[in-house]
Design a binder for this molecule. Sequence first.
Ligand code: GLC
Length: 596
Amino acid sequence: MGRVSDATTQSPTAPGSTVHPADAPDAPWWRHAVIYQVYPRSWADADGDGMGDLPGITARLPYLRDLGVDAIWLSPFYVSPMNDAGYDVADYRDIDPRFGTLADADAMVETAHGLGLKVLVDIVPNHTSSEHAWFREALASPPGSPERDRYLFREGRGPNGERPPNNWPSVFGGRGWSRVTEADGTPGQWYLHLFDVTQPDLNWDNPEVRAEFESVLRFWCDRGVDGFRVDVAHGLVKREGLPDWHGRVGLYDEVVTEEGPEDGDAPGTDTDVLDHTATSSSPMWDQDGVHQIYREWRAVLDSYGEPDRILCAEAWVKPESRLALYVRPDEMHQAFNFDFLESPWDAAALRAVVESSVRVNDGVGAPTTWVLSNHDVVRHASRLGLDQSLPRPNGITAEDPQPDAGLGLRRARAATALMLALPGGAYLYQGEELGLPEHTTMPDEFRQDPTFHHTNGEVAGRDGCRVPMPWTKDSPSFGFGPGGTPWLPQPQAYGDLAVDQQDGVPGSTLELYRSLLALRRRHRLGRSVLAWDERCSDSVVAFRATADDGSSVLVVTNLGPDALTLPAAEVLVTSGPLDDGRLPTDTTVWLRSTDA
Ligand code: GLC
């Protein structure tokens, strides 16, 4: 296996020197694409049942063309009991009736392509739903059968097998194993589920599992999709023997205890949760064996020829050098840069993560894939309004410290303006172009995230970032659908942020995103040379992005308390108003620069 140096240990490149070279003018689309994540349950509801659907998405696609993105990624729309909002798939080749039909999916892809938008779908290979035909067959078959071998069934420990096979907790809280009742009514084997009890982990050592997923990839490629976002890409292969684990227990950064569970024991408390981020010792994450799977998948996609169809890894892996292994030339095309998402709002931290990310990715010839929000994290308009010295929370409830909404939005706009000037690709999460905050006061009875329930409400979970989109202020459900109650309640504040309130309004967040995306395209920023500018300091991030025609954009983000004097140059866009020509705190400017 190729080794990649750990760029975080290197010192920052001096101002003026190149951090990252230009990408080829004919580089494939995905190396600099901006991809918009549609969360199908919450984007647009055509049939009025309170849940978004494919016809709703299709009808709203012109909005995305006008926004200026290159592609969309849709979270799962497959047949599912929806115990994890569709990340529990019962049939990978059909659409859940709540979202529509296969014909609706075909129409959505065709309409998107007609508008010049590519389409990525989600593939969930770490686990199926317990309602998948395979798992039903496994339950109906005896221990040691080929049907059970598609999953990770094991005998329990203890004289009567009454203790789980190892001590792994679940990411959603509680133990990572459940015991089944055998056909004769006796307590039987245990199966592994790193997520919900209804999401049994697949056995990727089984060739049948590998063949099945290659077939699923082909199924969707044959229907015209342009790629796949690969769910939990770092989880498929487990360390041989499934050894006990002594790492940190926590969801994302929500550390519950620093101590792992006892050997061979269930987790210490019911609310223990498994950390989603791989560390070098995790026996369930980031095993070297995953890479062979993605090499095989790459070959499947490449067999479809031009234009490239892509794979994007959702892999919570540290350090960056480990993540870069997923985007080597014969593996995936992109991997979300969660280190960037997790960076505190701090100039030195942002600069360090930008530089180390592009360095490690350049080392394997891959673009960097920037992201600030998605359906699993607190929206960045709220996250950046929290105390930056504290860990990133997994959801916010009314009892928690509330974000400073004004500060959060101001920083979010500055952060996005910084991100969209960087070389590589970027993902946007639906509604961030409206500056939507997290719903931080959602009453508990509406919360659906399994994390909230498995931790007895101790961890709020992800519902607050999944609330339906506001399209028009003065309509029921803010125009999300023609009627019905949306599946999650919308906060009142969403009314003033609705699309119709921002469309064409100078200075609105929607118009800011439109300007940023148009200018990014015009100046080919996704393919540009990156060099730090001498204005970089403890409180300023500043860089030049130079296109292949020599034109250069100077990007400055001021994180310090005092307004910054700017050089005389044409202002292309600012994330907020300038103060008498100077750059105020928490603001980013793009300047047309001639002295590059
Ligand atoms: C990924 C998804 C998340 C889901 C989990 C289990 O992290 O993004 O929403 O709960 O995988 O499939």
